[in-house]
Design a protein around this ligand. Structure first.
Ligand code: DON
Length: 325
């Protein structure tokens, strides 16, 4: 790192100038007071709307953070690209996509629908994520109990974050499970349509899904996860090849087209970067071959995306040439 710094060989050589701008965007977005904190479970409803954190990590390990970057929050749907990545890594794209499509659904993330082939539309909506987890439980070579599978996935997340904070919020897990009629309905509907591999235990599979959504990160650790995706699957802070480059390519492609709920098309058009949002207000943004960004602010817009997070992305691409096209 040091010798590169002397030779000014970093992917963002003028890092301080860059982060001055990031700081400016941070304060601009801090002023925003619109949006509603998710209220479907009390643990999320209690979150302060004022939390606002931004962290970034470049593919060569330069870091910057501002705001509430050390406060844990549940990863929620930002786990979807990660569990999909693990499935690709372990089972290969061909096997995974026998069961789940690659098409945006154009509907709500928890809509009770399947595509024309009777598969969930993609791994970024609830149906697709539940299905991907059933593959990890049932098809994976690694034969483990549910407890061990939980550890195994958590350990994967930890490796992606370079060993930085990844936790688990049991109250959120229990609450998710208590308020899960739609996710149960999705799972039964998929079982009726023979979407799952054989021998599926629905209750275990849904528990696994709620557990993955209830993992905790903070902005700092999530920015390293984003940077691992930006860096072809190699964690920039440890050099650990966590994911295969082909798996990362598939994940980023679907984050680009399906990662931002029913706003994905507009986000791809205006911001032009692969991203995934979660109901807790987290937003994981990847600038391939450059850096990973984690944004966190609980108030959500009507599509379910963090209001400050979206505004930050717009500010970012209005100043820097990060839009893919
Ligand atoms: O399944 C649910 O309702 C949540 N635990 C996950 C929510 C989320 O972030 C929505 N994403 N697509």
């Amino acid at each position: 790192l040091v010798s590169r710094a002397f030779r000014r060989q970093f992917v963002i050589p003028e890092f301080e100038e860059f982060t001055d701008k990031i700081e400016k965007f941070y304060y601009t977005c801090k002023e925003i007071d619109t949006g509603k904190v998710a209220a479907y479970i009390p643990q999320l409803e209690r979150m302060s709307p004022n939390y606002w954190g931004v962290s970034l990590c470049t593919i060569d390990g330069q870091r910057f953070s501002i705001g509430d970057v050390k406060i844990p929050f549940t990863i929620q749907s930002c786990s979807k690209p990660l569990t999909y990545a693990i499935a690709l890594n372990e089972l290969g794209s061909e096997v995974v996509h026998r069961y789940v499509g690659q098409e945006p659904s154009g509907r709500m993330f928890n809509e009770l629908i399947l595509d024309h082939n009777k598969k969930p539309h993609n791994p970024m909506v609830n149906a697709g994520a539940i299905l991907v987890l059933s593959l990890l439980l049932n098809l994976s070579e690694v034969d483990m109990s549910l407890a061990e599978k939980f550890d195994w996935v958590m350990n994967y997340f930890k490796r992606m974050s370079g060993g930085e904070f990844v936790g688990f919020n049991n109250a959120v897990f229990l609450s998710e499970r208590e308020n899960a009629d739609r996710n149960y309905a999705l799972a039964f509907y998929m079982r009726e349509n023979k979407c799952f591999p054989e021998k599926i235990n629905l209750r275990e599979c849904l528990d696994f899904y709620f557990q993955c959504c209830s993992m905790e990160v903070d902005c700092e650790s999530m920015s390293v996860i984003a940077a691992t995706l930006a860096n072809g699957g190699i964690c920039p802070t440890t050099g650990d090849q966590v994911l295969k480059p082909d798996s990362v390519r598939d994940v980023l492609s679907l984050m680009h087209s399906c990662g931002m709920y029913d706003y994905s098309g507009q986000f791809a058009f205006t911001v032009g970067l692969p991203a995934k949002s979660g109901v807790c207000g987290g937003l994981l943004v990847v600038i391939p071959n450059v850096l990973g960004i984690a944004l966190w602010s609980p108030p959500l817009d009507q599509s379910g995306n963090s209001v400050r997070g979206i505004e930050f992305c717009k500010e970012l691409v209005s100043m820097f040439n990060f839009h893919r096209y």
